[in-house]
Write a protein that binds this ligand. Structure first.
Ligand SMILES: *Cc1c(COP(=O)(O)O)cnc(C)c1O
Length: 429
């Protein structure tokens, strides 16, 4: 079988089934092409992509500017390792740190690696700056978090499927309830060895849980009071997804610079991944100011591919697209429209109880048990009707289309979603 041979969906699925580890449970659709908000399967059927590779493809599939930058750099220089300098990395670091308002960036490849980097940075800061006794530093995390799949990260997950039989686990983490400011205050007050608080501004994988108004600002203020680093994992919420360049930005509409008007929510350590490349390449990064980042010295941390020239070219282009095409503003406007349309439909049906989210990171709650297959069945029907989405947890379906969508396209998608939900509504009645 040559790599150029055309496969049917059935063949492609059978190959993965036989030769690939079964670490995912994909919707049975085999994609071969993407452009903007659309993807096509191998039989030529067109779909709206309502997952955007978990918010990595915010700029739309195969954005010409991003792909152009990638192709040009790929023909010039791909990888030097960090044993030598390259003439692209510094430019990317300058552009990215100015965009997000930090002194320095540490480039990595995947989201999980960036989270690991942030945890190491936080621990080292605790020993060298805060004066925590060696090996005693703790990091506070939230219940139902999702920060990736490494051994340390799953050590503080409470998802049994992600954790079970992967022990022994990494120590040094304290789990508290999400969106509970009192729980944070109690733990910070009780333990002077706490070095950081790691939090998702909106819990995406858990089912798009938006915390109460003011939670992040209060959490940041508490961290400041107790000399604890506020670490924001914006791998999914960042890069315009929630209607602002970052979900930790304030309510003003600036998108060019990190919002200096609301420094109270600005993280001490910011973690980005996914859409920092527009889905073209694995790129992630950790951002912090000098007083924190300076604890990292040669040999402390690194990655062969982290900060490679292609990543630098792609990352810069991807961030430029976000600004040039005003994707944050579009996400705000379309998100409001999306929730308004669904909120108008919900009282007329039994199948959906709620829509929630921010910008174009939204979810609907299906009126059935967590164990039921209803959300999965709805996603299968959405696929038949030309729209791809996936359940997050049991009865929750996340809707996160590329941010380059037009109003007309969004209304078309709303019509598909409502038509599909009505099919299931009739089954309930
Ligand atoms: C996807 C995600 C990660 C992990 O990123 P990978 O690139 O899959 O390693 C970490 N944190 C959050 C919030 C995510 O959504």
């Amino acid at each position: 079988m040559s790599v150029l041979e055309k496969l049917t969906s059935e063949d492609a699925i059978a190959l993965e089934e036989k030769y690939g580890a079964h670490n995912y449970h994909p919707l049975p659709v085999v994609l071969t092409k993407g452009k903007g908000v659309y993807v096509w399967d191998v039989e030529g059927k067109q779909y709206y992509d309502f997952l955007s590779a978990y918010s990595a493809v915010n700029q739309g599939h195969c954005h010409p500017k991003i792909i152009g930058a990638m192709l040009e750099q790929a023909q010039t220089l791909t990888l030097t390792s960090r044993a030598f300098y390259n003439d692209m990395l510094g430019k990317f670091e300058k552009y990215a740190t100015e965009t997000f308002g930090f002194d320095k960036m540490l480039p990595m490849n995947t989201g999980a690696e960036a989270v690991e980097t942030a945890l190491k940075l936080c621990r080292k800061w605790a020993y060298e700056k805060k004066g925590v006794e060696e090996n005693k530093a703790k990091i506070v995390v939230c219940e139902n978090n999702f920060h990736g799949r490494t051994t340390t990260i799953i050590s503080f997950s409470n998802d049994p499927v992600a954790r079970k039989n992967f022990g022994p686990y990494t120590n040094g983490f304290i789990k508290i309830e999400y969106d509970n400011i009192k729980a944070l205050e109690e733990v910070l007050e009780s333990d002077a060895t706490i070095a950081g608080f790691l939090v998702e501004p909106i819990q995406g994988e858990a089912g798009v849980y938006v915390p109460s108004e003011g939670y992040l600002a209060k959490a940041k203020a508490l961290c400041k009071k107790y000399n604890v680093l506020f670490i924001a994992d914006e791998v999914q919420t960042g890069i315009a997804r929630t209607g602002k360049l970052l979900a930790t930005c304030g309510n003003c509409s600036c998108i060019d610079k990190h919002c200096s008007k609301t420094p109270e929510v600005k993280p001490d350590i910011l973690i980005l991944g996914k859409a920092i490349s527009g889905g073209a390449y694995p790129i992630s990064g950790v951002f912090a100011n000098n007083a924190i980042m300076e604890v990292i010295q040669p040999g402390n941390h690194g990655s062969t591919f982290g900060g490679n020239p292609i990543a630098a070219a792609v990352g810069m282009a991807a961030l430029e697209v976000v600004k040039e095409e005003k994707l944050a503003e579009n996400a705000t406007d379309l998100g409001k429209l999306f929730r308004a349309e669904l909120n108008a439909f919900i009282p007329t049906c039994n199948i959906v109880t709620k829509v929630r989210g921010k910008g174009l990171l939204n979810a609907i709650l299906i009126n059935d048990t967590e164990e039921s297959s209803t959300a999965w069945d709805i996603c299968m029907a959405l696929k038949e009707n030309g729209l791809l989405a996936k359940p997050t947890h049991g009865n929750i379906i996340r809707f996160a289309p590329p941010l380059v969508m037009t109003k007309e396209q969004l209304l078309d998608c709303v019509a598909i979603i409502i038509k599909t939900l009505k099919q299931f509504d009739e089954e309930i009645k």
